[in-house]
Structures are given as C-alpha cells and as structure tokens.
Design a protein around this ligand. Structure first.
Ligand code: HEM
Length: 412
C-alpha cells in the first residue's frame, strides 16, 4: 500500500516525477482529510490551502478576502514571488473598488468585437509560424516554433508592442514568473519592463498630442490607453505602464504552456485526438477540457482573509493567508467524474482554469480564441504530426507559477 503523502512537507508540494501531469499526491489527501489544510511556506509562515471545488469558490467569491500583497501574511510560494507581488501594485493585487475601476479601463480590449477583429490576424500569424516550422525541417520543438511565439505575437498585436522586442520582454517576464530567481533580478526585470512601457507611452502620447501628425484612430491597447485614459487625466502613465506589464506577462506564457500541454494530450492519446477533431464544436469542447485538466496556473491564487470566516467547516481567522488552488478544484472528484482522466468529450464547464470571482481572467476570450484556432488547424496542416521523443523524456517547468513543458519535440 502506498504510504500517506507528507502534508507537513514545505509548500508548494512537489509533483511525483513519474506522473508529472498528476497533482502532488498531497492535494487528493487534503480533500479526503479535513479539506482546508495548513501549509508551511519557504519563510516559515503558515497559510491555508483550499483544494476542494466548493472551498475554492467560497474563498474567491467572498467579500472578506483580499488580494492585497501589502497585507501581513499575504502568502507567497517563494522569496521571488513575494518580491514580485510586493514590487508593484497590479490588477492581481488590488481590491475593490479600485480593482473594478482599473479593470473597466481594459474591458473594451477583450470584448467580442475586438476578438473578431483579431481572429484573421491570429490565423495569419499562425500560418506563418507553421510555414517557418516546416521550412526549419524536422524534428522541431513545437514550444519554440509555435506555442510560445503565437501568444507573444498576439499579445504584441493587442498591445501595439513591436514583436522584434520580444526577447527582452520574454526574458523579463520569465524572471518575474519564476519561483527561483533572486528578488534583485525580479526587481531589476520589473524596473526594465516598466521603463520599456514608459518609453512606449511617452512616444504614443507625443504622437497623439501633435495634431499635425494625424495618426488616425488608436488601433492598439497602448495607443488607446494613451488617448482615452492618460491624456484626459483619467489614469496616470504609471498606472497604464503597470497594466501593460501585467498583460504582457499574463498573456503569453499561460497560453503558450496551455498550447504545449494540449498538443501533448492529443499526440499521446490518439482516441482523444479523434474525438476532438470531429467538428469545430468538438474542438471548442476539447479546449475547455485541456484548460481544466492541465490547469497551467497551478499554484495560485494567494489571498488574505479580512474577517473570521468558516470555509469547509474550518475556521479561518482575519489576517490568515490562504491559497485557493484552482488546479485542485479542477480535479475535485465531487465536481467531476474521474477527474484525473483527460477526456475531451466531457463537459468541463464550469471549470476554474481562469479563476473565479472578481479576479477571473480578463484575457480568457483571447486565450480561448488562440487555442481554438490552433487546435482547429494544426492537424489539418500537419496530419502526421507526432512526438519525436518518448513522452517519458519530456521536461517540465517545475520552478514557475505557470506549469508547462520546457520543449515539445515533434516530427511530421
Ligand atoms: C490559457 C491561458 C490563460 C490562463 C490559464 C489564465 C489564467 C488566469 C487566472 C487563473 C487568473 C486569476 C488569478 C487570480 O485569481 O489570482 C487570471 C487573471 C488574469 N489574466 Fe489570465 N490566463 C490566461 C490568459 C490570459 C491572457 C491571454 C491575458 C491577456 C492578454 C490574461 C490576462 C489576465 C489578467 C490581466 C488577469 C488579472 C485579472 C484581475 O485581477 O482582475 N490572461 N488569468
């Protein structure tokens, strides 16, 4: 009989290397046990861990829960994550009412109409990535050739950032997302990224303030924020800079990792591939299962309780730190039959891959669009696509808040 996993191990719990797509064994154990589990963090601090669907939902929808990283006991999974959360206030670490005001300035950029405008551009970008992968010859690393460049291109189009600046932007983002970068590197990357967007906004403000230049309607998010928000004085340039920092970070690595995992699922399970590729509707349905099953945002969401409350029968005190584990909720057997099976025919909605409550992912319609376009097209373009290495040899990004594959070697 397998021994009971150690619930007192430092948090975040490690996954079992033999089954890297399963959650750490402690997660199922906490659900079977008392539900809410107290965990010990890197700095010796304690925090509550919620892994049941109902408990995660209760926490994320409660008005007595704060996202403010300045609060004592705000739980962070490493020193670098603590530095990242405290380095600048972002939409992730804001509470109402400021959070809502800030979020509303972005809703236009993710509205249905904007997504429809982006669709042909995403299709074109993807086709040219497929061309480049083909021309580069086989085998190819799908992560490097397609999964990472696609969301980087898309988020660059959305923001109006030159794609040629991606290397620096991606490096700063990676440093800010990793669990093991030093706090100094995190702060330095945040500073450089801030200076980058500050320069971009300065250029756009100058362009749109000068009537003789006649730049036309602002087409991208940076131009729109400059014209509609900064120049009339609704928000400061610093606010806008911080928004774009976070959109760039949140918008590319998440989607990239989700693409890599989704493709791995289909390449290793031919019956799932056959089920998924039956129609555009089955692709849409399968994408939701990919989001649920792989739950790339696997260590979130940190919160602080502001009022004594009961969650899953456990009293949580005002001032206690809490993690509402989305990946845990997405594998809760009380919510899904056979939750550890990847089954693209199941109805995975509602799932919590994009969070729940007021901080639910603002970019989810864009992420879904990218995933749907990719999975509608990839096997049409490469009907014989397959893994170029044994699945067991794949390496996983274990030291990052967003889980993913380091590489995905493929051939066709
Ligand atoms: C598969 C891809 C994605 C996944 C799995 C994902 C997941 C999430 C999750 C779980 C949250 C909530 C975090 C919390 O409650 O603490 C979140 C928030 C957020 N996401 Fe995403 N995301 C994805 C793609 C994107 C994209 C494409 C963008 C933008 C271009 C984006 C921008 C944001 C922003 C700005 C927030 C903060 C919202 C707020 O605090 O009100 N995400 N995302």
């Amino acid at each position: 009989m397998a021994s009971k996993p150690d619930l007192n191990a430092p948090y975040p719990y490690a996954r079992d290397k033999r089954c890297p797509l399963d959650l750490p064994p402690q997660i199922a154990e906490t659900r079977n046990d008392d539900g809410m589990q107290q965990v010990t963090l890197w700095n010796g601090n304690k925090a509550w861990l919620a892994t049941r669907w109902e408990d995660v939902r209760t926490i994320l929808s409660s008005p007595d829960i704060s996202s403010d990283a300045e609060k004592a006991n705000y739980p962070a999974v490493s020193a670098s994550r603590s530095a990242q959360a405290k380095s600048y206030k972002t939409i992730f670490t804001m509470d109402p009412p400021v959070h809502g005001q800030y979020r509303r300035t972005l809703t236009k950029d993710f509205a249905f109409k904007r997504m429809q405008e982006l669709r042909p551009m995403i299709e074109e970008a993807l086709n040219s990535l497929y061309d480049q992968m083909e021309q580069g010859g086989k085998p190819a690393d799908f992560v490097e050739a397609v999964a990472l460049p696609l969301p980087s291109l898309v988020v660059s189009m959305l923001l109006g950032v030159p794609y040629s600046d991606r290397e620096a932007l991606q490096e700063w983002s990676r440093n800010r997302m990793a669990l093991d970068t030093s706090p100094e590197v995190v702060q330095d990357s945040a500073k450089k990224m801030g200076e980058y967007f500050d320069r971009l906004f300065a250029e756009k403000e100058a362009l749109y303030s000068d009537k003789s230049k006649n730049p036309g309607d602002p087409a991208d998010l940076v131009s729109r924020l400059a014209v509609e928000q900064i120049l009339p004085g609704h928000i400061t340039r610093l606010d806008a800079v911080l928004m774009c920092n976070i959109l760039y970070i949140a918008g590319h690595e998440t989607t990239a990792n989700q693409i890599g995992f989704g493709l791995l699922g289909l390449l290793t399970k031919p019956e799932q591939k056959a089920n998924m590729l039956q129609s555009d509707e089955s692709v849409k349905n399968g994408v939701e299962e990919m989001l649920r099953y792989y739950s790339v945002v696997h260590l979130h969401s940190p919160r602080v309780c502001t009022k004594d409350m009961i969650v899953g029968g456990q009293e949580i005190k005002a001032g206690d730190g809490v993690f509402a584990l989305l990946s845990g909720a997405n594998r809760d057997p009380k919510h899904y039959d056979d939750p550890d099976a990847f089954d693209v025919t199941r109805n995975a909605i509602p799932h919590m891959a994009f969070g729940f409550g007021i901080h639910q992912c603002i970019g989810q319609s864009l992420a879904r669009l990218e995933l749907q376009i990719l999975f509608e097209s990839v096997f049409k373009r490469f009907p014989n696509l397959k893994l170029a290495v044994p699945e067991e040899s794949l390496e996983y990004k274990e030291n990052a808040t967003v889980y993913g594959l380091k590489t995905l070697p493929v051939t066709w």
